[in-house]
Design a protein around this ligand. Structure first.
Ligand code: ADP
Ligand code: MG
Length: 225
């Protein structure tokens, strides 16, 4: 059963990239996502999807507007508070996996917990559980160079989930994968959403991905349609 509570509400978000010709990319974006919802943000390349995701997930600072997660307004946090919030409350998956080459799968997934001062033993146990969840229990000690793209992305998903995030943010997570592997990743997201009630905000430009999600938010020229 899905609850009807909003987990995130965005009000009138604006973002302009400075420069000789400043680029007004977000022009007043407002929407909410409910707890346990799986939402896709779709739109053409350059429409501002990544910019929107970066503001929502505290990786960048909007010029104007509010981001409210569980009744807490996040844009007023200072940089240190934002860093802590990201580590404790959000999970991230990017197109290029963002795995460090010198860490094995289990090390990569343990790291967010170790950074939050959990013991090595507890962190590794939890990491192992997460790698099992993404069906990589037989790749624990593999380095990124020893895994396929799909496997690396599943490590990234396990890493994103290890701190039990309020929201999982994914920016074109399948853009580097073939269609069969993309399906594995999107099926995994669907399973995490259905079985764990994980709230997911997925950016994609692939109209076909619509079938996996509860709702699509369409972006065009910096506004939601
Ligand atoms: P999308 O993810 O939908 O492809 P983006 O949010 O990445 O779109 O980009 C929206 C627009 O903002 C594009 O025109 C892009 O070139 C520009 N842009 C993105 N990031 C920056 C940046 N850091 N500085 C300046 N312009 C940027
Ligand atoms: Mg993008």
């Amino acid at each position: 059963m899905k609850e009807e509570k909003n987990i995130i509400t965005v009000n009138n978000l604006h973002k302009t990239y400075p420069g000789e010709v400043p680029l007004h990319v977000l022009k007043g974006v407002s929407f909410s996502v409910k707890e346990g919802e799986f939402v896709a943000v779709m739109g053409r390349s350059g429409s501002g999807k990544s910019t929107l995701l970066h503001q929502l997930s505290l990786l960048d600072n909007p010029d104007e507007g509010e981001i409210i997660v569980e009744n807490k307004e996040l844009t007023t946090l200072n940089e240190k508070e934002k860093a802590k919030y990201r580590l404790q409350s959000f999970g991230y998956v990017f197109q290029e996996y963002a795995l460090l080459p010198e860490f094995t799968a289990i090390e990569a997934v343990s790291l967010p917990l170790i950074l939050q001062h959990h013991s090595m033993k507890e962190s590794r146990e939890r990491a192992k559980e997460m790698l099992k969840l993404v069906q990589l229990e037989d790749r624990l000690d593999h380095f990124p160079s020893e895994m396929s793209g799909g496997e690396q992305q599943r490590v990234a998903v396990a890493r994103a989930l290890v701190n039990n995030p309020k929201i999982l943010f994914a920016d074109e997570p399948c853009a580097n994968l073939d269609s069969e592997t993309s399906k594995v990743i999107l099926d995994l997201f669907k399973k995490l959403n259905k079985e764990l009630g994980q709230t997911i905000i997925l950016v994609t430009h692939e109209p076909e991905d619509e079938k996996y999600v509860d709702r699509v938010i369409h972006m065009k020229d910096g506004i939601l349609l």
